[in-house]
Design a protein around this ligand. Structure first.
Ligand code: ADP
Ligand code: MG
Length: 264
């Protein structure tokens, strides 16, 4: 019995573990002791008012910001530090750049290279950073562009694509780096309403494929349908979290209730 229990107990290492994160901008605590674990394959949607620290949390997980306190592990690796036998040593910028490859990030603004076609945008990272052979990178990019529904647009420049199409290229570009985790920061907020659905559909497929995802969004319908867990933040703090049905339909905290009432 005992042995069996031990075999079955999985060592289920979180994909992301953020422990007591603090991030200050001057006197402002953009993150105030935020802790968050995300399991492999889990989809976590983060909601909360403007200025509550949602982007800062993603940017800290992605090491676009340096944290002032706490610690972050991504896939078991401590962000920003290397451990020796008796102490932690800060990583160099180059080492941090390597760590950052673990997560792909998609922003509100699509940030495509305007002078490159969709295909060139997608192969740029794999060829220049990952040193993939060009032919292999192109084959993979074609596959990814097909996956986001843009097979026929590989030769188009960003200016020739709708916002929804540009955002789907941005998702393909992030996936081309083979991230273990995808971070989305309000990926549909800059889109015309009729273009939101096509981007959410791509994200839904990605979630179904088992990708670990942290999604900052105001699309509560998407959160309800796709998220395993919804996290509500306010004023740099994680106020409440739980299954979507709980947080979105029966929130415990008055601030969560007020926010959801205002968004709906
Ligand atoms: P959210 O994404 O939830 O809207 P942010 O994480 O962008 O919130 O911001 C949290 C707080 O930190 C806000 O008060 C914002 O003004 C502040 N902040 C974010 N980035 C910076 C920065 N680079 N410099 C100064 N203040 C910042
Ligand atoms: Mg933000």
């Amino acid at each position: 019995m005992r042995e069996r229990a031990m075999v079955e107990a999985p060592v289920n290492r979180p994909m992301v573990q953020a422990l007591s994160l603090t991030k200050r901008f001057g006197n402002l605590a953009a993150l105030d002791s935020v802790s968050l674990d995300v399991a492999p394959g889990e989809v976590v949607c983060i909601i909360g008012p403007s200025g509550s620290g949602k982007s800062t949390l993603l940017r800290c997980i992605n090491q676009l910001e340096r944290i002032d306190g706490g610690a972050i592990w991504v896939d078991g690796e401590l962000a920003g530090f290397r451990r020796t036998s008796d102490r932690l040593i800060e990583l160099t910028d180059k080492e941090i750049a390597r760590q950052r490859l673990a997560s792909g990030m998609v922003f509100q603004r699509f940030n495509l290279f305007g002078h490159m076609t969709a295909l060139q945008n997608v192969i740029e990272g794999p060829v220049t950073v990952l040193k993939q052979p060009r032919a292999a990178a192109i084959a993979e990019a074609e596959r990814l562009l097909a996956r986001v529904g843009l097979a026929e647009k590989h030769g188009a420049y960003p200016s020739e694509l709708s916002g929804g199409q540009q955002q789907r290229v941005a998702i393909a570009r992030a996936l081309a780096m083979k991230p273990r985790l995808m971070l989305f920061d309000e990926p549909t907020s800059a889109l015309d309403p009729e273009l939101v659905g096509e981007v959410l559909a791509v994200m839904r497929d990605l979630a179904k494929s088992g990708m670990t995802m942290i999604v900052v969004t105001h699309e509560l319908g998407f959160a309800r349908e796709v998220a395993d867990r919804v996290v509500f933040m306010d004023q740099g703090r994680l106020i409440e979290q739980g299954p979507p049905a709980q947080v979105l339909s029966a929130p415990e905290h008055p601030r969560t209730r007020d926010f959801i009432a205002a968004v709906l």
